[in-house]
Every structure is written in structure tokens, then in C-alpha cells.
Design a protein around this ligand. Structure first.
Ligand code: MN
Length: 294
């Protein structure tokens, strides 16, 4: 069958911010926005977007203290500033501009997320994204693990103008693959576009698909303009969409196969049933998530 154009279902301006700890000031695009909800962007369960925020210098790094997760992976992408991470599996890392940390909480992990010390001391612009990738039922209790993905390790597909490119975090684009391993099929790319450049994308029609405008402004399918800091959710009416950079732009592109399983979520846990949520809290209170110093 001939591929068809995938059109936009909604353009969502950034919702009111809320604080995560004292270090992240985020717009939650989902699950809180009704049009997307808990399933409209599955396999991603949550998208918190910290738009550009000028951090005043401070000796004590801001952030969010020790807390648990189970049933998901947390994927953090830094666009500006530096973030440090530690978890109870003994993994730690610092990510800077363009880097990604991909933490599989699986059966359970404790972690903490702070501004990196030196960045905190100097201050400056912080801009980042955190996604929670839901895990299929079969992998909810997979052992915790950590993938550090530096910007230099990402695959790049050059576009026709010779300067713009698509940077792959995971998934496939025109014959190349991104480095991160996932538990269900998904694509996560950054399109880094110079004004006037054009990129086309083709994903399975059933895949949930959306884009977050990190910087600049683009035109989609030669019709809708997506302003900075807006999220565009696509319909399931076709495979292909085309973006054109109206300004120099960075676009986060997400397209993945929905996980067609029940979701029961509360706080930091995303499971399939309410029973499993209660169990997660019990296990957490019983100390079964390990230990991590504050
Ligand atoms: Mn967390």
C-alpha cells in the first residue's frame, strides 16, 4: 500500500510548570494533558520538559533526592546545563549538552538527580527532558541497569543541506540505528536543523508519534507551524510526515509501538495492576530497593 501523510491531532502549548524537587521546573505534557493521557504516547508514559531556565549560581546543587522507581525506564536528555545521577545499583554519571542517560528501573532501583556541582557553582541555562518509558509486562521486573549515551556515540544521518542532521538516540532512520537498547520498538531522534532544511520521517501507522520543539520553529507537512516549547501529537492516519525548519531548530521526535496492556500508575511506579502498586510501596518500605546515601 502506498504510504500516506500522517497529520497532526493536536498542538499543545507548554502546560503550567511544577517543581520536581528544587532543581527541575517542568511542563508535564503527559500523562496530565487529557488529549495524550496515559496511553496516547505509549510506550512513553511521562514527558517532563524543563524549558530553558537560568539557574542562579549556588554552592548547594539543586535537584531531587533519593526516590524509587519500578516498572519503567527513565530517560534524561540534556540540552543545556549538566546533570548528575546516582543510583542504588552503583551507577552514576554526569550528562552535559546533547548527552542522554537511560536508566532501567525494572524491578526496582533508588536514584537521585542533581545539577552537576560545577554547573551549579557557575550557574547558567538548564534545559532538559525526562521521559518515562513504560516496560512491557514481561520486562517489568527486569534487573535494573544503566546506559550512558554520550552525544558523540549517537548515530547521525546528514541531511541534504550538509549542515543539518538527524541524531539517533534509539531506533532506526534510513538504514542507520541509534545506540540505546529498549525493551519494545521505539524511535527517539533529535533533528538538528538549519533554517530552510527539510527532513522526512516514516513510521508504522500504529505507532504513537509526537514531537517536542526544543528550539526554533518548524512547519509540518507544509501546513502547521509548531512554535518553540510546544508538543505536537500526530494522528494514526498515515506513516509519513515532513518537517521544514522555519528557524534554526532542534526537534525531539518520538515514535513507538504502543504497549497494549493495562496501566496502573502511582507516584514513581508504573505497573499493570493496583495490587502491584501496593506491592511496590511495601517492597520500598521493606528496603527491597537497595540503599543509596542522600
Ligand atoms: Mn526519578
Amino acid at each position: 500500500m502506498k504510504k500516506q501523510i500522517r497529520t497532526i491531532a493536536a498542538i499543545i502549548p507548554p502546560p503550567a510548570v511544577h517543581m520536581v524537587g528544587d532543581g527541575f521546573k517542568v511542563h508535564n505534557f503527559f500523562p496530565s494533558q487529557r488529549i495524550i493521557g496515559e496511553k496516547g504516547m505509549s510506550p512513553w508514559f511521562l514527558l517532563d520538559y524543563n524549558a530553558k531556565w537560568d539557574i542562579t549560581p549556588g554552592e548547594k546543587p539543586r535537584g531531587v533526592g533519593v526516590h524509587p522507581h519500578r516498572g519503567i525506564e527513565t530517560v534524561t536528555i540534556a540540552y543545556h546545563g549538566k546533570i548528575a545521577h546516582h543510583d542504588s545499583g552503583g551507577n552514576s554519571g554526569i550528562i552535559g549538552e546533547g548527552d542522554v542517560q537511560w536508566m532501567t528501573a525494572g524491578g526496582g532501583v533508588l536514584h537521585k538527580e542533581y545539577h552537576e556541582k560545577e554547573f551549579s557553582r557557575k550557574g547558567g541555562i538548564l534545559q532538559m527532558v525526562q521521559l518515562w518509558v513504560n516496560l512491557p509486562k514481561a520486562f517489568k521486573r527486569t534487573p535494573a541497569k544503566y546506559q550512558a549515551i554520550e552525544n558523540k556515540d549517537m548515530s547521525r544521518y546528514p541531511l541534504d543541506d550538509g549542515k543539518s542532521f538527524v541524531e539517533l538516540i534509539t531506533g532506526d532512520y534510513k538504514g542507520i540505528s541509534g545506540p540505546a537498547l529498549s525493551f519494545s520498538p521505539m524511535n527517539m531522534f533529535n533533528a538538528r536543523l538549519i533554517k530552510g532544511s527539510v527532513a522526512d520521517f516514516s513510521f508504522d501507522r500504529e505507532y504513537n508519534t509526537g514531537i517536542l520543539m526544543i528550539e526554533g520553529e518548524i512547519k509540518i507537512n507544509n501546513s502547521e507551524i509548531i512554535p518553540e516549547n510546544n508538543f505536537a501529537l500526530f494522528k494514526h492516519d498515515g506513516e509519513v510526515f515532513i518537517i521544514e525548519a522555519v528557524k534554526d531548530s532542534i526537534v525531539l521526535i518520538l515514535s513507538g509501538k504502543p504497549i497494549d496492556e493495562p496501566v496502573s500508575a502511582y507516584g514513581p511506579f508504573v505497573m499493570n495492576t493496583e495490587e502491584e502498586i501496593k506491592e511496590a510501596y511495601q517492597d520500598y518500605f521493606d528496603g527491597k530497593f537497595g540503599y543509596l546515601e542522600d
